[in-house]
Design a protein around this ligand. Structure first.
Ligand SMILES: [Zn+2]
Length: 526
């Protein structure tokens, strides 16, 4: 039975990789494509890593695993607990791999903290508090240290490197080198059947340096010739070299996959969604917060904020909160990481709800109309490509905790990272788009295997089918027969296993309180 070896580049996009492929800078990505197939891998809505990677792990849309944002969302509560592996309210493919005894190596996959107890070795990725073990078995961290291949956690917090691109690039190089060494050690010392190794440098660097490498940025023609663009492309070459070394560990009949959890689009403008809602008359900030977070305090607060974000590995994806006057608020931003979702302040559902459930549709229509008609005052352009109702996107078990309204940013817009309502993108130069990448190779994969876009939620069922591992989950995605062959595809359709015991444990009450207290102490929470 074959094995599956997967390398992920968080946020990788063909639009950015293609010019480098044409210049011959990514020979190992090119060799993989030449040996197999390439295509588009469509992400989830919302298309940020916190919702997307759980969809990769479960084969389910966010409304069936319940993770929509970097913070947990519970009916009737306004808590700000960072999401963890325990927030994924569905069985992940790791349980099925375990039940089948399929030894797995998994590193740096966002939202695998606390590390689940799998058959194999895992190095957690995503938000890693520094005071907790981050590997399973726990001894893996020491094993890597002893082998001279320690796995560095967190880092590349791009907002903290504001206007210091060289320092950020250096950290990306150092972390990529170290993680590659650790990855190779784990591959070489484990009898794995599934290995998934994720690199996040692509996402972190593209957020601020996209304009040097992305042809859809208006300044690309000029900036792509800048020496800094050369240094940035060197990081992609390093990642490509790592890919080559990893793929050297594959056997001829292994299924090899190269994926991203979402793509990237350039930004020249940024919004602050709560301020947009304030401008449209649906949200009021409290007067007290204006005093505390007045312009005089911004500089100092941001410096403190960066430290906390860095500590939690949040890499600045959360805008500084400001107190909302809930009694005078009808709607608020409920996807704080990317600004892609708005929820009504609904009575009975929200702690201080103001909108009568009987008025839900009327109020939501009014907010959607206002968002659709909203124009950036400086450019006269529409910042939203689409404004959608929750039920147009989500139909799963946890749809009731989903945002009531979803927005997709228009080209050149980010729906977050601004301090005022709408402003020129500052340091930020790229944000997510749904169209990610996939390349695949095995003796069964033909050249046109990925001619049609695949979905991120197709990955779990496809990987399990390739390994002949029965699934206990009815996936939203499907097995891609073009990647695993008809035979494995048909076999997978009939194979189910009893639901496996979940091997994870969330933050306990004390630890959760500690995280929350950290945030509250610095003024992030009310
Ligand atoms: Zn990102």
């Amino acid at each position: 039975m074959g094995r599956v070896l997967l390398v992920g580049w968080d946020g990788a996009d063909w639009r950015i990789l293609d010019p480098m492929l044409e210049q011959g800078l990514l020979p190992n990505v090119q060799a993989l494509i030449d040996r197999g197939a390439r295509g588009v891998l469509r992400s989830t809505t919302p298309n940020h890593s916190w919702a997307a990677w759980p969809s990769f792990l479960t084969g389910l849309e966010p409304s069936n695993h319940g993770v929509y944002d970097i913070f947990e969302r519970e009916i009737g509560q306004r808590r700000n607990l960072p999401v963890t592996y325990g927030s994924i309210k569905a069985t992940t493919m790791l349980s099925d791999l375990n039940a089948a005894g399929a030894t797995t190596v998994m590193t740096n996959l966002p939202l695998t903290f606390p590390p689940p107890r799998i058959e194999g070795k895992i190095v957690a990725g995503g938000v890693l508090p520094k005071w907790r073990p981050f590997t399973h078995p726990e001894g893996v961290a020491k094993e890597l240290d002893d082998a001279g291949a320690p796995f560095p956690i967190n880092g590349m917090s791009w907002t903290t490197f504001r206007n210091r691109p060289d320092a950020l690039l250096q950290e990306a190089v150092d972390l990529t080198r170290a993680r590659t060494k650790a990855n190779l050690h784990l591959l070489d010392t484990t009898d794995w059947r599934f290995a998934s190794l994720i690199y996040v440098a692509t996402d972190r660097l593209q957020h601020c340096l996209d304009k040097y490498v992305a042809p859809d940025h208006p300044r690309y023609a000029e900036l792509s010739k800048d020496p800094l663009a050369g240094k940035l492309r060197d990081v992609y070459r390093l990642l490509d070299d790592a890919l080559g070394q990893i793929l050297d560990r594959a056997r001829d009949d292994d299924l090899v996959l190269f994926v991203s959890d979402h793509g990237f689009q350039s930004c020249t403008r940024a919004l602050h969604m709560d301020r947009v809602l304030e401008h449209l008359g649906f949200l009021r900030f409290s007067q007290a917060s204006r005093a505390v977070f007045g312009p005089m305090q911004w500089g100092r607060m941001r410096a403190v904020a960066r430290k906390v974000y860095d500590k939690l590995g949040l890499h600045g994806r959360v805008s500084l909160p400001q107190s909302v006057n809930w009694q005078k608020t009808m709607a608020y931003t409920s996807v704080r990481s990317t600004g892609e979702g708005v929820s009504l302040n609904l009575a009975g559902r929200e702690p201080e709800g103001t909108v009568d459930p009987a008025d839900y549709e009327t109020v939501r229509d009014k907010i959607m109309d206002a968002l659709e008609g909203f124009l950036d005052p400086e450019t006269g352009q529409k910042p939203f490509r689409r404004v959608l109702r929750r039920e147009e996107v989500f139909t799963g078990r946890y749809a009731e905790t989903a945002p009531d309204i979803l927005m997709e940013p228009a080209p050149l817009y980010s729906l977050t990272h601004a301090r005022s309502m709408a402003e020129e993108a500052d340091w930020l130069s790229g944000d997510h788009r749904p169209e990610g990448v996939i390349a695949a190779a095995s003796p069964l994969v033909s050249r046109d295997a990925l001619a049609e876009p695949a979905l991120l939620v197709d990955m779990a069922p496809t990987i399990l089918a390739a390994l002949g591992v029965p699934t206990s989950v009815e996936h939203d995605g499907r097995v891609l027969p073009e990647l695993v062959g008809q035979e494995a595809s048909v076999a997978a359709a009939g194979a189910t296993s009893a639901e496996a015991e979940r091997g994870d444990e969330g933050l306990d009450a004390d630890e959760a309180a500690e995280v929350e207290e950290h945030l509250r102490g610095l003024g992030y929470l009310e």
